[in-house]
Design a protein. Structure first.
Length: 316
């Protein structure tokens, strides 16, 4: 597969507006003035697309956006990214991050967003069907919006398989469980999400690998489990790798979107036919580079290069 022969599509069923408010020494009941504020069109799949663009690779975005919030998304303009949103009734949810610059702590507040109808879901299905081609990589990311059928990702993955595209699924809870039935090529839960999926605690690498092999036995080819500062485990039927980046001497800006950046690295590596070690090194480095950017998915090439040099890979 070559970049010229295929493309990457990201699908964000539940888009969001990321609103970051930076304050000094936040305490409940205080009246404080923000030191800085930032607002981005976001959602997991959009963050993935931004990270793909940060790797100088084109990305195409699909997803639902509330009509009352469409201005921010209509102004969405990033090099190498094209978007074709389905605008629906209501307002896009807001993810508020309160960052205490003194304590270096993040507090996250999430609001409810729009609901979707059967017609909205059919519109998304039609848009995906119209743009997908053989060997495209389609990344389904995040939660489902209100009133979306739990099998929405499953049906969209089936569509991709009919078109001979490659599917990644990064979701959680019931939407992940339902999506697994379509047997996507790759899933990328974090450890908490993976434990929830398996219904048990996974306290060792051996336990995570054993659980991943249970999933692989059902037809999924690759399981990648992200573990924050412990890096990620990359598991297939025959291979198990661990990758971690040492950033203890670095000053982190934000952890929002690191898992999305990791998924972007995996998608670009797949598009470019990287081998397993190259793929994991790029993916984990993308996740680490994202830590030093105020906007999820937008990181600099020099920072990525620094992170790649710090990746440590073990064969398990």
């Amino acid at each position: 597969m070559t970049a010229s022969a295929a493309k990457i599509i990201t699908v964000t069923a539940n888009t969001a507006i990321d609103y970051v408010i930076e304050v000094n020494q936040l305490s409940l009941g205080d009246n404080v003035v923000a030191e800085n504020t930032r607002k981005f069109a976001a959602g997991k799949g959009i963050n993935v697309a931004k990270a793909i663009a940060s790797l100088c690779c084109p990305a195409h975005i699909l997803g639902f956006v509330g009509m009352k919030s469409q201005n921010l998304f209509q102004e969405f303009n990033y090099s190498k990214i094209t978007a074709d949103f389905c605008f629906v009734a209501g307002e896009t949810r807001t993810n508020i991050t309160l960052f205490d610059s003194f304590k270096k702590q993040e507090t996250h507040i999430r609001t409810a967003g729009f609901s979707v109808t059967r017609s909205d879901c059919q519109n998304l299905f039609d848009k995906l069907s119209a743009c997908i081609k053989q060997n495209d990589i389609v990344v389904f990311s995040g939660s489902l919006p209100n009133h979306a059928p739990l099998n929405l990702y499953r049906q969209l993955i089936y569509l991709c398989q009919q078109k001979k595209a490659i599917t990644f699924l990064d979701s959680s809870g019931e939407s992940l469980q339902a999506g697994l039935k379509a047997k996507p090529y790759l899933i990328k839960p974090n450890l908490t999400e993976f434990e929830s999926l398996m219904g048990r605690s996974l306290t060792t690498e051996a336990a995570i690998v054993a659980a991943a092999h249970e999933i692989i036995a059902t037809g999924i080819q690759c399981v990648v489990v992200s573990r924050a500062e412990q890096g990620a485990l990359f598991i297939t039927e025959d291979l198990v790798f661990s990758a971690v980046v040492d950033i203890k001497d670095e000053e982190v800006v934000s952890s929002v979107g690191c898992g999305d950046a990791l998924v972007a690295g995996l998608a670009v590596a797949k598009l470019r036919d990287y081998n397993t070690e190259q793929s994991l090194k790029l993916a984990v480095a993308c996740g680490a580079a994202n830590l030093f950017s105020p906007e999820p998915g937008v990181f600099q090439a020099d920072k990525l290069a620094q992170m790649i040099a710090k990746v440590r890979i073990r064969v398990l």
